[in-house]
Design a protein around this ligand. Structure first.
Ligand code: AMP
Length: 280
């Protein structure tokens, strides 16, 4: 496995691979990798000759009050895990190279960036789309793999890929969960054992909605009410940011849920903001 830290070297390597007829898959990450990330690497390996995993804690997608500085970083472990999962190149650019002095060009997906997460995190998706566009330009992937865990992010990036005409296959891979249902996330490590247990409230609420829809209760107001009750019972301290029922690709809200509806929610728990979602 090769580690590349320079943008020019990465561009050269990608060009050489393409010239040799090799297909490239890109898995963008912010590091501190867990099984969720590694499932994307394994998925990428199935569809391309060479898998590039980028590790970049992107300052532009964190708000001023968010955890950019304390975001967990663990490069050595990440490398070992990527190698084991079948990654071929780890690309670790520096922030100053991605955003040189006087940087002023951004990529924005206008509508989809404004709802759900976008309401609480106004500049977040602009940061995500800008960095992923740069990563696409540098690595020229034939396929890019993202996790359904960050469902809106995947939809926003899919739209960007389409709008800007990147010639790549866009894959959204399923959310990997802990045994108790908690979606794997780098931020789970901020919790004590007791808090960590309460973090399952998102999963319990989503499963409740899923079961209710299966049993024929489709009114979104009723579903939301029950989800709120489940969250309160599991974690009385949890603060719900939003619970949303939307169409999958358009993110348009629906008033009646069905199998094609996606339910997503954001909950703040002991100062950690958690998100999760489920297709109903
Ligand atoms: P991050 O490092 O948090 O930016 O995540 C990098 C990629 O991993 C994104 O495409 C995420 O959606 C994906 N990811 C994060 N957690 C999970 C998970 N539990 N299951 C599947 N994919 C995930």
């Amino acid at each position: 496995m090769q580690t590349i830290r320079s943008i020019t070297k990465m561009q050269k390597a990608a060009k050489q691979l393409a010239a040799r007829g090799k297909t490239i898959a890109l898995v963008p990450t912010m590091g501190n990798l867990h099984e969720g990330h590694l499932s994307l690497v394994k998925r990428a390996k199935k569809s391309a000759d060479v898998v590039i995993v980028s590790i970049f804690v992107n300052p532009k997608q964190f708000g001023p009050k968010e955890d950019y500085k304390k975001y967990p970083r663990d490069e050595k472990n990440d490398m070992a895990r990527i190698k084991k999962a079948g990654g071929d190149i780890v690309f670790i650019p520096k922030a100053i190279d991605i955003y040189p002095d006087n940087f002023q060009t951004y990529v924005t997906v206008e509508k989809l960036s404004k709802t759900l997460e976008g309401k609480s995190r106004p500049q977040h998706f602009r940061g995500v789309t800008t960095v992923v566009a740069k990563l696409f330009n540098i690595t020229r992937p034939d396929i890019a793999v993202f996790g359904a865990k960050d469902f809106q992010q995947a939809i926003v990036l899919k739209q960007m890929t389409r709008d800007l005409g990147y010639p790549l296959k866009f894959v959204i891979a399923p959310t990997v969960r802990e045994k108790d249902g908690l979606a794997m996330s780098s931020r789970n490590r901020y919790f004590t054992a007791e808090q960590r247990h309460q973090a399952c409230c998102l999963y319990y609420a989503l499963r409740t909605a899923q079961e209710m829809v299966k049993s024929g209760i489709k009114d979104v107001r009723a579903l939301k009410g029950e989800m709120r009750a489940v969250i309160k019972a599991t974690s009385p301290k949890a603060k719900i940011d939003y619970i949303a029922f939307t169409e999958f690709d358009s993110l348009k809200p629906v008033s009646r849920a069905d199998k094609s509806t996606i339910c997503s929610l954001a909950v703040r728990l002991y100062n950690v903001r958690l998100i999760d979602n489920m297709r109903l």
